[in-house]
Design a protein around this ligand. Structure first.
Ligand SMILES: CC(=O)N[C@H]1[C@@H](OP(=O)(O)O)O[C@H](CO)[C@@H](O)[C@@H]1O
Length: 496
């Protein structure tokens, strides 16, 4: 206790103990347990930095920003098929040799979506009822299977899942209840990111309860500390995993361990890479991949400023058009280097938020405007440390549709992501040669979202492959759920 008191005194935070005399023995223990791990110097610096940041104006115009140079930029749409398949082949080989892992960033609180459980458990209303976690799990199963059948191997793609205090136990039990969706549990590795105190504008830690300080996960850039804390790089090394695809939980179209992306990055000798899509409109809430002073980085949507976001090039295209979709490539060596040398250089970003708190009189307050500061690190802030950084632009309709907001909001909500997936699968089915009828028996001719009622299980197709033998020349009525059972049925019909 004396250590805790000292820590708080040094950081000028003694108010945290204001209600000490009212607390039960259990509550006291809980509070001490929460405070003990805080580093004395670190806490003081954190509170002071937050306070300074709240006082400082928003970052000014970023005059020295430039687009990423063409040499480091690949595009799926503009590359010829041979090049694409050479990248892909390289990726499949790595996957088949179990040298590729995926790492999910899933510590977020889902505030915008408005759920109090992990976003990955969200059911967006697909015909199958699958959650985001299940879709991702099944894509891993499929990518393993496809790699094995190409190379005659028995590979595995380990799935690292970074959770937080908010999401760990729910995620764990969800996976257990669902038998890890058919994955080998020893290939699913969950770990927890750190939490850091939320602070008021005058630099004081907010209390969430009289016995609990308000905390928030340290941002998706908390990944690098969490890798260290939990020996994740050592786990990768022992499994022989050399390459990692890192991604956010909310993109319903995410390709897991994407062989094309992995192969692209390797063919360029990259230690670090990012997938991007063309921005849809200037104020779209996506970061932009660009350069500053010759160094690659992402400028987040919250920091770019409207003027910069709206700049246009000679052909009228957006100057900063490389929208970050939070799918990154890292070599294990690069992550090792970050962990050893650079992770403490990551500067936290400041967000002003509404944080419920206990006021001096002990009353619970739910603020109506921002009252506190959350300090978050960003996963892409390690890009400047890479030696060879590359960017792959991919088609949005195949790879990016994020679930950010609640139903009824303008974009990126349960309906929009569901439609993105159903539209994609309708497209796949049609290009495999299926003739689709709607419920009234009329041909589905357009790709508009209300016509799109095809869902294809990831266990049947990873990215549209293998569908011709099932669908060519067939007339099928939608809604159509093409799962493994249906696939077997279609196959047996073919044989007669
Ligand atoms: C810190 C971070 O990774 N921010 C990412 C991430 O945004 P969030 O608003 O944090 O979900 O995902 C976006 C893509 O969905 C990407 O554009 C953005 O740069």
């Amino acid at each position: 206790m004396s250590r805790v008191r000292q820590l708080l005194r040094d950081a000028d935070q003694l108010h945290v103990l204001q209600f000490w005399s009212e607390l039960s023995a259990d509550q006291r223990r809980a509070l001490v347990r929460e405070l003990l791990p805080l580093e004395p110097g670190g806490l003081k610096a954190h509170c002071e930095a937050a306070c300074r940041a709240a006082a400082a104006p928003a970052p000014g115009a970023q005059r020295s920003l430039e687009p990423v140079p063409m040499e480091t930029f690949g595009s799926v749409r503009r590359s010829d098929p041979e090049l694409l398949s050479s990248w892909e082949n390289q990726g499949w080989l790595q996957v088949s040799q179990s040298r590729v892992g995926v790492l999910l960033l899933a510590g977020g609180q889902g505030t915008r979506l408005g759920v109090d459980y992990p976003k990955g458990m969200y059911d967006v209303g697909l015909p199958s009822g699958k959650t985001l976690y299940q879709l991702q799990a099944e894509r891993i199963l499929k990518v393993q299977q496809l790699a094995d059948s190409r190379h005659g191997t028995k590979c595995s793609v380990p799935w690292y899942i970074m959770t937080s205090e908010f999401t760990l136990s729910r995620t764990q039990s969800f996976f257990e209840q669902n038998q890890h969706f058919g994955l080998n549990p020893s290939n699913v590795v969950m770990f927890e990111q750190r939490m850091i105190p939320s602070v008021s504008f005058d630099g004081k830690i907010l209390l969430q309860e009289k016995w609990k300080i308000a905390t928030a996960p340290d941002g998706n850039g908390g990944l690098y500390a969490a890798l260290e804390d939990n020996n994740v790089l050592e786990d990768m090394r022992s499994r022989g995993v050399e390459y990692l695809q890192v991604y956010c939980v909310d993109n319903i179209l995410v390709k897991m361990a994407d062989p094309l992306f992995i192969g692209f990055c390797l063919s360029k000798g990259a230690d670090c890479g990012a997938k991007v899509v063309e921005k849809a409109y200037p104020s779209e809430p996506v970061g932009v991949v660009c350069r500053m002073g010759g160094v690659s980085q992402v400028v987040e949507y919250s920091e770019i400023g409207a003027e910069t976001a709206e700049l246009r090039g000679p052909e009228g295209e957006l100057m900063f058009n490389a929208g970050n979709i939070c799918i990154h490539f890292f070599t294990r060596n690069f992550l090792q280097e970050v962990a050893q040398k650079f992770k403490d250089e990551l500067k936290p970003h400041v967000a002003l938020k509404k944080i419920p708190f206990i006021d001096e009189c002990g009353n619970k307050v739910t603020p109506s405007k921002a009252n506190g500061i959350k300090m978050e690190k960003f996963v892409f802030d390690v890009f400047p440390f890479s030696r060879t950084f590359v960017v792959l632009e991919v088609p949005r309709e195949e790879e990016f549709s994020p679930l950010k907001n609640a139903e009824g909001s303008k974009a990126d909500n349960p309906s929009t992501v569901r439609n993105s997936l159903l539209t994609q699968h309708t497209r796949w089915a049609m290009s495999a040669g299926a003739r689709l009828l709607n419920q009234y028996g009329n041909s589905v001719t357009t790709h508009t979202s209300d016509a799109a009622q095809v869902e294809i299980s990831p266990l049947v197709s990873y990215s549209g492959e293998g569908l011709e033998e099932l669908l060519r020349g067939r007339t099928l009525t939608t809604p159509l759920l093409l799962d493994q059972r249906k696939a077997t049925e279609l196959q047996s019909q073919h044989h007669h």
